[in-house]
Write a protein that binds this ligand. Structure first.
Ligand code: HSE
Length: 441
């Protein structure tokens, strides 16, 4: 039986998980792809560090170039993260004619265009299923399963750490720092966890999803990004009372005049399935003109869920190599970004003030006569329709009350102008809290 040799760059959480899955499921794998797939060599930062996988059956090196230059290696699997060394190693491996599998969303979002072009020149594949939503096959679903559709919306919980933090804080009243530390221990969080909590990781993933859904370029710099660090638990509770959950969503919407690319906390009606996705789980809603709404759900981070997607990519390449007459060269026939490279087209990316959404607004005011009518006058002035108003009881002996407004869909520029005017009113006590609401119907 033919043997396909894998070279791993990195043997941490995902690298160790990948070695374990390849080893444990070796028989099933060879029955699936018709050849043997095994780890031949792995590069690590510290040979002596403890591992989650056995390492006796393959070579270990501290020099990653030994992996990319090893003539026996067919597929290089990049699991070290970051954008500098990982990019150099991948480009070196491609120029050596190796196929690539990577879980590196930052790298694909920022440098994917260059990497895919280099791979096309050398007739090799670069697969990156594990870069978005961990174990969910969302890249394959959009690129292949939904290829007949005109896709108008992708909206997802695409950062497991953030969802885990929001869920634990909501259900167990745990502190932000405490839950984040646990997410780091469990291997969910990025090396720099601000990437998770400030929405950067989700923006990398949304960049990829939008490109493959709409046939637009990878354009991370145009994604509007807000994290969860300024979210107040009070708003999570108020939102629930109103029948919503607050989820950190990545949203890519195709509209007639352009596309919206945004990542931010969002109120979602609790009757939507995606509003009930908790813990480290991810879910991505994709709306196509033929299929309607589809929801893709599964673990978004962690050793083996991510390894599941890494191994699936390895097997796609192994199968193609096994069937090919040329033992080294059998690229996957699906375009890297779902659309033929020459057909990728720019579309206008909407500015935040042009976004159209419904809004949750919390206005803290002095509980004095006339305040509500002043607020209503401002909304009317900007043509903002109010769907519901709730006033919270003031704490005993206090005059401050929170008034919650749910607006109908409107333009963000109008909401921001109205907020500015409201914040100038003498009885308005704090900055107005504004959270977008998406009905996702
Ligand atoms: N830090 C990422 C997350 C890992 O929490 O979703 C998976 O991409």
């Amino acid at each position: 039986m033919k043997v396909i040799n894998v070279g791993l760059l990195g043997l941490g959480t995902v690298g160790g998980g990948t070695a374990n899955v390849l080893n444990r499921n070796a028989q099933q794998i060879s029955r699936r792809v018709g050849c043997e797939v095994r780890v031949h060599i792995a590069s690590v930062r510290d040979i002596g560090a403890p591992r989650i996988c056995e390492t006796k059956s393959f070579e270990l090196t501290q020099d990653p170039y030994e992996v990319v230059n090893d003539p026996s290696v067919d597929i290089v699997v990049e699991l070290i993260g970051g954008e500098t060394l990982s990019k150099e190693l991948i480009l070196a491996a491609i120029s050596n004619g190796k196929h690539i599998v990577t879980a590196n969303k930052a790298l694909i979002a920022m440098h994917g265009t260059e990497i895919f072009a280099a791979a096309a020149d050398k007739n090799v594949s670069v697969l990156y299923e594990s870069a978005v939503a961990g174990g969910i096959s969302i890249i394959k679903s959009i690129r292949e399963g939904l290829a007949g559709n005109d896709i108008s919306l992708v909206a997802g919980i695409i950062n497991g750490t953030t969802n885990f933090i929001l869920t634990e804080m909501r259900d167990k009243g745990r502190s932000f720092e405490d839950v984040l530390a646990e997410a780091q221990e469990l291997g969910y969080a990025e090396a720099d966890p601000t990437f998770d909590i400030e929405g950067i990781d989700a923006a990398h993933k949304l960049t990829i999803l939008a490109a493959i859904a709409f046939g637009t370029p990878l354009q991370f710099e145009k994604v509007y990004t807000e994290g969860i660090s300024s979210l107040h638990l009070q708003d999570v509770a108020y939102a629930r009372e109103l029948g919503y959950q607050i989820k950190h969503l990545g949203i890519a919407k195709a509209l007639e005049d352009g596309i919206e690319l945004r990542v931010h906390p969002t109120l979602v009606p609790e009757k939507r399935l995606i509003a009930n996705v908790d813990g480290v789980m991810n879910a991505v809603l994709v709306k196509g003109d033929a299929v309607g709404n589809t929801l893709h759900y599964g673990a978004g981070a962690g050793a083996e869920p991510t390894a599941s997607a890494v191994v699936a990519d390895i097997l796609d390449i192994a199968r193609a190599l096994n069937l090919s007459e040329d033992s080294k060269n059998a690229p996957i026939n699906v375009p890297a970004l779902a659309f033929e490279a020459q057909s990728i087209k720019e579309r206008k990316v909407m500015q935040p003030k042009e976004f159209r959404s419904a809004y949750y607004l919390r206005v803290d005011v002095n509980d004095v006569p006339g305040v509500m009518s002043q607020l209503s006058t401002v909304f009317a002035e900007y043509g903002i329709s109010i769907e519901g108003i709730t006033q919270k009881e003031p704490a005993k002996g206090e005059l401050k009350v929170s008034v919650i407004f749910l607006t109908q869909r409107t333009q963000e520029g109008l909401i921001d102008d109205a907020i500015e005017k409201i914040q100038g009113m003498p009885d308005v006590l704090d900055k107005v809290t504004r959270i977008r609401v998406e009905h996702l119907d």
